[in-house]
Ligand binder design. Structure first.
Ligand code: DGJ
Length: 563
């Protein structure tokens, strides 16, 4: 009897969840296409080989509402079908992005019959200082017909996917909408929005406000600290809630966007319950703004400078509560502190997936932290079809991650059995501002720092996995070194018993083989396990003390003398 194929799904682990594809945990080494690429079979035929050479195992590509339902009720999935078949031929999985009612805080992907019918599909009204209210290029979330029409289209899409892909699992996840929220104002001011804002809040929102705030994000608690001790009565309106007006506007929009997306997502899941998530445009100007990133002209800190109502950390609890069919609220991390964002989006042990991030070296270094320290199920640099694999820093990074993904997945399933880190390029004047990373596993305290060279230190990144059953460590990556200290109070000496360069024999099982025994200069004479860069800079020093990194994988065993 033919067995029913397993639908890709999320499975709980000790502290998070893992994506299961064909019965096995799957680490998404993803890449997102430019917005328009997936609409053309001809164009994609040119880029598939480059994507394979870049070592992606999953491609994030969009399907627009206007593309599949150009005429109301008439669906055309021909291009999508061809892309899915092509992906299968190239051995790649797909994460499908549904650009329905919302894309980057606007409604540019809605079909013409939606865009042109402002009565049936009303627009968001925005406050403008000069002219009173202006019409936004975005549907109002208070448009019941918009929500219903989007849900119908999404339902058709999911039904179709099940039909053509249910036996293959080429499509492994679906993104619902893209970076939703209101731009240009903190909230919708259309007539329907005003009515909702001034009416009694929905009962479930009152219940949310009267629930325990200590479990909500620190940002939420800080925004509404002035009303924290209030009792919220059933007849209270959003308008009379109190707290900063812009933040109330954001809360109001978050509740209604979450409701809108919940309607669409749950409708789609009735047909084919793939894991679903929505992605979030971050506030680029708050305390998490990354000082190393370029400044955005006009990018402010207020809701509306970034899409108001999207799942930023301030309103993440709203999204988690009112859009339960979304498995993940996922941050797009371009210009915010990467690790701080990873940590925050693990709120309530939420699964971390990074659907968009930078594709440069800055981005490539940081994925190690996501996978190693935050149980991330996948990362995806944006714009992967417009960079050649030979120039992409992700090519080597993903090649190594692909080799060791079984080990990463095993460590992730245990909970906190690994640590990921990165050391950026040193500044032009040679100053190295990176701090060593410390971690503790079993009886060992680890110090991880940039690897030693006589010349200019290079960027480095990787992860360390603790194999508790063997009391050994798997070191993965380049440009770092690890030293160990026993935490046993009786220990009067800690050293390195074994350090071996390894390679992966079998990607599926992760089976390792020893390539070289490392010792001597390679441990800085017993002090640390060095994972060198591929081209360490000798800086003119006449003795070649540092060897070039090769496999980027090593096993090491520390020991301590206790008596
Ligand atoms: C974030 C969006 O989600 C993507 O679709 C893309 O537009 C990028 N920004 C780059 O502009």
């Amino acid at each position: 009897m033919a067995s029913t194929p397993q639908i890709p799904h999320l499975r709980a682990t000790a502290t998070s969840k893992q994506l299961i594809v064909n019965g096995k945990p799957f680490l998404i080494l993803g890449g997102e296409l430019q917005n328009s690429s997936f609409s053309s079979v001809e164009y994609m035929n040119e880029v598939w080989p480059n994507l394979v050479a870049n070592n992606y195992n999953a491609i994030l590509g969009s399907v627009g509402w206007e593309q599949v339902e150009p005429v109301e009720g008439t669906f055309d999935f021909a291009v999508l079908d061809a892309q899915i078949e092509a992906a299968r031929r190239w051995g790649l999985r797909i994460i499908l992005l549904w650009f329905g009612s919302f894309k980057n805080g606007l409604s540019s992907y809605a079909p013409a019959w939606v865009k042109q019918d402002n009565k049936r599909f009303p627009r968001t009204k925005l406050r403008s200082s000069k002219d009173g209210l202006i019409t936004g290029d975005v549907l109002s979330v208070f448009g019941e017909e918009s929500m219903a029409a989007d849900a119908r289209a999404f339902t058709q899409l999911m039904r179709h996917l099940k039909k053509i892909d249910g036996d293959h699992a080429t499509v492994i996840m679906v993104q619902v909408e893209n970076e939703v929220g209101v731009l240009g104002d903190s909230r919708d001011r259309s007539a329907a929005a005003e009515e909702a804002f001034n009416a009694a809040m929905p009962a479930d929102m009152i219940q949310f406000l009267n629930s325990d705030w200590s479990t909500k994000t620190p940002k939420f608690q800080a925004n509404f600290k002035d009303i924290a001790t209030k009792t919220f009565s059933q007849d209270m309106s959003w308008a009379s809630l109190g707290g900063p007006a812009e933040k109330v506007g954001e809360l109001f929009m978050a509740y209604h966007y979450a409701h809108y997306l919940e309607h669409i997502t749950s409708a789609g899941k009735t047909q084919y319950p793939l894991p679903m998530y929505t992605n979030v445009w971050q506030n680029y100007a708050d305390e998490d703004a990354d000082m190393n990133a370029p400044t955005i002209a006009g990018g402010g800190n207020a809701p509306g400078d970034y899409p108001s109502g999207g799942g930023v950390i301030d309103v993440l609890d709203i999204w988690q509560t009112f859009a339960p069919s979304l498995d993940i609220i996922a941050p797009d991390i371009y210009l915010n502190n990467y690790t701080a964002s990873c940590a925050k989006y693990r709120h309530n042990n939420q699964v971390l997936f990074i659907p968009e991030q930078r594709r440069d070296e800055y981005g490539a270094l940081r994925v190690w932290a996501a996978f190693g320290s935050y149980q991330c199920i996948g990362t995806a640099p944006f714009g992967v079809d417009t960079v050649n694999y030979k120039e992409s820093p992700l090519t080597a990074t993903y090649a190594l991650l692909a080799k060791v993904s079984r080990h990463i997945l095993t460590a992730q399933a245990k909970g906190y059995a690994s640590v990921g880190f990165f050391f950026d390029e040193v500044s032009a004047d040679g100053t190295d501002t990176s701090e060593p990373v410390t971690a503790a596993f079993g009886p060992w305290n680890l110090t991880i720092e940039r690897s030693f060279v006589f010349g200019k230190p290079a960027a480095g990144a990787g992860m360390v996995i603790y194999l508790d059953d063997k009391d050994q460590f798997l070191l993965i990556g380049f440009g770092f070194q690890v030293s160990f200290e026993s935490s046993d109070l009786k220990a009067h000496f800690t050293g390195i018993l074994k350090f071996e360069e390894c390679d992966v024999e079998d990607y599926e099982t992760g089976e390792l083989r020893t390539v070289r025994l490392l010792n001597g200069d390679e441990t800085r004479s017993g002090k640390s396990c060095v994972m060198p860069n591929v081209k360490p800079d000798y800086g003119g020093f006449p003795i070649s003390i540092t060897i070039p990194g090769r496999t980027g994988i090593a096993m090491c065993q520390p020991y301590a003398l206790l008596n």
